[in-house]
Design a protein around this ligand. Structure first.
Ligand code: ASP
Ligand code: MG
Length: 419
């Protein structure tokens, strides 16, 4: 059995849905479990609806945009006459309306987010399933909210592996002999059956969850890039495609911010030795990148760029030195706010962290620690990590930048800078 994951760009319009269908058709002799993300930029569009709600502005138009987008694709795919599809999607929109109407600030943004934004994946999978039907591909549509069980941390839910694996095995296996199983990435539910989500771009991780639960032969992530490149082609000229990468290298690249694969994807696959292919949906016959257990000497330097960074420095007000107790206290509050540190550095009188820009959490952290430390912060910075660096790459990337933090180990070079 193979798991295929198609992201937003591969289902962004009718033509891309048709292209995805051809890829499925070409692989129909394998047992296939297909995971889809929301179409195009629909997750962002849902976030825009919620922003209106938070700002107490009218969200009708923002929601109408989402409706028009999906019904536009339905019509372009020739599915306008599909009564069942229309009914399902209209019912989903009623659910969304009800969720938005019952929103109160005590409910929490993260909760309402999961109850509504998750429909991006539901719509996408319903439309794709209906279209596969018109192409005589027997498809079983399954609801990932009923299979991926998580805790209660909305928008960043942690998977309950035991429960999830049992459900996936019992729900999916029975259908893969006779049909393509189609389900959604990104979404799941907690013990109370409230919808949860796994974090932005989490559909790759969903593919890994399904693949490991089903002991799949491989996972393929179909993308709008030829595979894993050594740098973002939108930011750097002359990129190199990795033909093959060890799990460890790929996992570390995602940790440092390479957005080609969701960071949580590699670990479960590596633990089971399931190979991961990253391939171009525009050029499905090209090899792409194979990530597996291997040793590759002299890997090209990988340049990973991460924007929207905040550097926060904690200093002791009476000029005593930073000690372990201070660091312990800082970490306690970082953990309490579910913040992730991208880089850290300490000196005699200060401890510095770099995190993703998040003014709300930064403020919570500052309020919690302001009596113990003098706190300075700097937002809107950028970070570059070079894995397997060489001096020439460092020199060319540092040129002309105002460096705020610089750090190197044997394999990695990192810098945070103003631009
Ligand atoms: N649709 C979700 C997002 O855009 C999940 C995904 O694409 O993987 O973040
Ligand atoms: Mg996406």
């Amino acid at each position: 059995m193979k798991v295929f994951k198609f992201g937003g760009a591969s289902v962004k319009d009718a033509d891309s849905v048709k292209n995805m269908t051809s890829i499925i058709e070409a692989n129909i002799s394998d047992q296939l479990v297909v995971i889809v993300s929301a179409m195009g930029k629909m997750t962002n569009a849902f976030e825009a609806v919620l922003q209106k709600l938070i700002d107490e502005e009218d969200h009708t138009e923002a929601l109408q945009y989402i409706k028009d987008f999906h019904f536009g694709i339905i019509s372009d795919l020739g599915l306008s006459g599909n009564q069942q599809l229309h009914q399902e999607i209209n019912t989903d929109f009623e659910t969304i309306d009800n969720e938005l109407a019952r929103f109160s600030s005590s409910m929490g943004y993260d909760f309402i987010y999961d109850q509504t934004v998750s429909f991006g994946e539901i719509f996408s999978s319903r439309i794709v399933a209906a279209y596969l039907g018109t192409r005589q591909i027997k498809t079983t549509w399954l609801d990932a909210r009923k299979m991926v069980k998580t805790d209660n941390i909305h928008r960043q839910a942690l998977v309950d592996w035991g429960a999830t694996q049992n459900i996936i095995r019992s729900q999916v296996s029975q259908h893969t002999d006779s049909s393509v199983v189609l389900t959604q990435g990104f979404i799941g539910s907690n013990a109370k059956f409230n919808t949860t989500t796994l974090g932005r771009e989490g559909s790759d991780f969903s593919a890994a969850i399904f693949a490991t639960s089903l002991n799949a032969e491989s996972v393929t992530i179909w993308k709008d890039v030829p595979g894993v490149l050594n740098a973002d082609p939108k930011k750097f000229p002359d990129t190199v495609l990795f033909d093959q990468l060890p799990y460890k290298e790929a996992a570390e690249m995602t940790y440092y911010g390479a957005s080609v694969i969701h960071p949580k994807t590699i670990k479960p696959l590596a633990q089971k030795g399931i190979p991961l292919y990253v391939k171009s949906f525009e050029n499905p016959h090209a090899n792409g990148t194979l990530i597996n257990e291997c040793v590759i000497p002299n890997l090209a330097p990988a340049i990973i760029h991460k924007g929207k960074q905040t550097v926060i420095s904690f200093k002791i007000s009476d000029f005593s030195f930073i000690n372990e107790q201070h660091i312990h206290l800082i970490f306690e509050h970082i953990n309490r706010n579910h913040l992730t540190i991208n880089l850290m550095q300490n000196s005699a009188i200060s401890f510095t962290i770099c995190i993703d820009d998040n003014p709300i959490k930064r403020e919570q952290l500052r309020m919690a620690l302001k009596d113990d430390f003098l706190i300075y912060y700097n937002e809107g910075l950028e970070m570059i990590t070079i894995k397997n660096y060489n001096q020439a790459t460092i020199d060319s990337l540092m040129w002309g930048k105002q460096i705020i933090i610089e750090q190197r180990s044997r394999n990695n070079f990192q810098m945070v800078y103003k631009f």
